[in-house]
Design a protein around this ligand. Structure first.
Ligand code: ADP
Length: 152
């Protein structure tokens, strides 16, 4: 059976931190679905279409990486896509605290969907979409923090 992992997130916008997690995991799974969560009550800075375009462009050299969007529970999306794994990245203790609870709850909801974590590479541990948006909003240059095809 194929190993399929879902990498869920807001990707508002995709950063070099996200890119690194997907590239490193692309050799570990047969297929990775980068899944943009759409939350009607949480409006981001960039449109779904724009976020999707940047992710497709970032991974155009990786044939086993796909991009999709979803609403609702991540575990339900995993079932729909026949994915047995959720992939997440960890930057800090704060990420761990947050991710621990979500992963435990997902396990209670769907026992056979396993969450796999990769630690961030040290050069990316300070990068988050939130900080990238803040820098961009205030006129700073974020090109060092996002994949090369992402022109904000
Ligand atoms: P969410 O809103 O679900 O946290 P994000 O788009 O912010 O979505 O993040 C998606 C995933 O990518 C999360 O697992 C997050 O911890 C991870 N991630 C974000 N930035 C980095 C980074 N710089 N290095 C490693 N992982 C990261």
């Amino acid at each position: 059976m194929k190993s399929i992992a879902v990498f869920p997130g807001s990707f508002d916008p995709i950063t070099k931190g996200h890119e690194s997690i997907v590239r490193r995991a692309s050799g570990l799974f047969d297929k990775i679905i980068v899944a943009i969560g759409v939350n009607a009550s949480k409006k981001g800075m960039f449109t779904l279409e724009q976020k999707q375009k940047w992710i497709i462009d970032t991974f155009k050299d990786l044939p086993n990486v796909e991009v999709k969007s979803y609403t609702g529970l991540t575990v339900d999306f995993c079932i729909k896509e026949k994915a047995g794994y959720i992939l997440r990245g960890l930057r800090s203790n704060a990420d761990f605290e947050y991710e621990f609870t979500i992963a435990q709850m997902n396990k209670l909801l769907q026992n056979h969907v396993e969450t796999y974590f990769l630690l961030t590479e040290p050069q990316y541990s300070a990068i988050s979409s939130t900080i990238v948006r803040d820098i961009h909003r205030n006129g700073g240059d974020v090109s060092r923090f996002v994949p090369s095809g992402v022109q904000l």
